[in-house]
Design a protein around this ligand. Structure first.
Ligand code: UDX
Length: 436
């Protein structure tokens, strides 16, 4: 099928490449000429395992092109809108202006029978509003909302083989046609019996924010337990293992430490709360304010732990940070807990030297004054304390002897991911959040 994808960021670029991998003919549209040029040259504009190979294969087949000209959607039958919905600068609500702009740009190029598919995470009510707009401009075009659940670092896999498909569609013929077209696009996943739920617009929009709110709540729950563990002498990692064996609870997303960041979870729970207030059901999700507060406290606790490890004064002390991305296998530093900790320690007078396997360039743009080096060995040389803040495999498997150039053998494990016995056995002082 001929497909267009509007917006080629973390979501859209992966979606466009994955649709081409599934055999469709795809054009990706973005306003950023640099990004478009990179994608056309087969270079992913961000770090995402597997994306380069998928781009290369699609280019070889000639089934994937990128353009800055929206008129190039001509000929496509299905148009995915995958632009960002960041947090507004003046409030917690979602900023919908990229979605609105994408729709407005797309409308003049739509033909009767086309299907527009929203993938962006939006507040409930957005799809109905855009459906009216669409039908008044092109009466025989339809809208569907098809939320995306991909995780950065696994984005290609999650797009090609999702664990479920959710189609938000209107009633009547428009809905039937939307379902038929989406079934054709996702034929591969459906053949593998991937669950597919056909729902109304509001449910589809809500599924996405509810899923992210649940995940955020699970992480903040275990980080709240870490605070209690610290006050009682208990060990939160053993607690997580023990409750995780209960299948109703499950061990996934119970990793305690520095908490969540990234371009989705933090802004989605804030936007959800803001929208619920507008709807008059603010009390129903008021707990998400607490989820956010617990999460932000993880960063404070990490800074406190660093002060503690350095005897109460960080001024002039050398702090090495391993990991800046909001999670491993990503170069994304949006709302990254590690960068927040680095900024606070620098503001308090510490000399901070940081490294990351993928996020040096993105980190430099956000925090230019942070001293960045290419390797863990360089970062820790002369360090008074080492902070592990993103659990990259490279760092989880480090041998203590690899960091022997430190000034003081003191390591703070911000993700509870290092084998404590190994580090203590090698003469290091090991400390982490939520463990005695
Ligand atoms: C998330 C959702 O998982 C995905 O379904 C949605 O489409 C977009 O938002 P992503 O932002 O890529 O995906 O990251 P995710 O793997 O969910 O991790 C989010 C954050 O939580 C990271 O900062 C991670 O370090 C943190 N986290 C995750 C924990 O602190 N503990 C855990 O146990 C799991």
């Amino acid at each position: 099928m001929k497909i267009s994808v509007i917006g080629c960021g973390y979501l859209g670029a992966v979606h466009a490449a994955s649709m081409a991998k599934l055999g469709h003919e795809v054009v990706g549209i973005d306003v950023d000429a640099g990004k478009v040029a990179a994608l056309n040259a087969g270079t992913p504009p961000f770090y995402e395992p597997g994306l380069r190979a998928v781009l290369a294969a699609a280019r070889k087949r000639g089934s994937l092109t990128f353009s800055t000209d929206i008129a190039d959607v001509a000929g496509a039958v299905v148009h995915f809108v995958a632009v960002g919905t960041p947090q507004r600068k003046d409030s917690d609500a979602a900023d919908l202006h990229y979605v609105d702009a994408a729709f407005e740009a797309l409308l003049p190029h739509l033909r009767s029978g086309d299907l527009v598919v929203g993938k962006s995470t939006v507040p409930v009510g957005t799809a109905s509003r855009l459906d009216l707009l669409l039908r008044s401009a092109v009466p025989e075009a339809s809208l569907a909302w098809n939320p995306e659940f991909l995780r950065e670092g696994f984005a290609v896999k999650d797009t090609v083989a999702p664990d479920r498909l959710v189609y938000g569609v209107p009633g009547g013929n428009h809905g039937d046609r939307a379902v038929a077209l989406l079934d054709e696009i996702y034929a591969n996943a459906l053949a593998r019996k991937t669950p597919r739920l056909v729902v109304d617009f509001a449910t589809a929009e809500l599924v996405k924010v509810a899923a992210n709110a649940f995940l955020a709540t699970k992480i903040s729950f275990i980080n709240a337990m870490a605070e209690v563990a610290e006050a009682t002498g208990a060990d939160v990692t053993l607690l997580a293992d023990a409750i995780g064996y209960d299948r109703r609870i499950g061990r996934k997303f119970l990793n305690s430490g520095l908490g969540f960041g990234g371009g989705c979870l933090p802004k989605d729970i804030r936007a959800f709360r803001a929208h619920a207030e507008e709807l008059g059901v603010g009390d129903s999700v008021a707990f998400l304010g607490e989820v956010d507060a617990i999460n932000l406290r993880c960063r404070d606790r990490m800074v406190d732990l660093t002060f503690d490890a350095l005897g109460g004064d960080v001024r002039g002390k050398r702090v090495a940070i391993l990991g800046l991305a909001f999670k491993p296998k990503s170069d994304d530093v949006r709302d990254a807990p590690a960068l927040a900790v680095a900024a606070r320690l620098m503001a308090a007078g510490a000399i901070v030297v940081a490294t990351d396997p993928a996020a040096l360039e993105t980190a430099r743009l956000v925090l230019p004054e942070l001293q960045l080096v290419a390797s863990a060995g360089e970062a820790v040389t002369g360090a008074d304390v080492v902070l592990l803040l993103t659990e990259w495999k490279e760092y989880r498997h480090l041998a203590p002897s690899a960091l022997d150039t430190v000034a003081s053998r003191s390591i703070l494990d911000g993700r509870n991911c290092l084998p404590r016995e190994v580090w203590e056995g090698a003469g290091w002082r090991y400390r982490s959040l939520g463990r005695p």
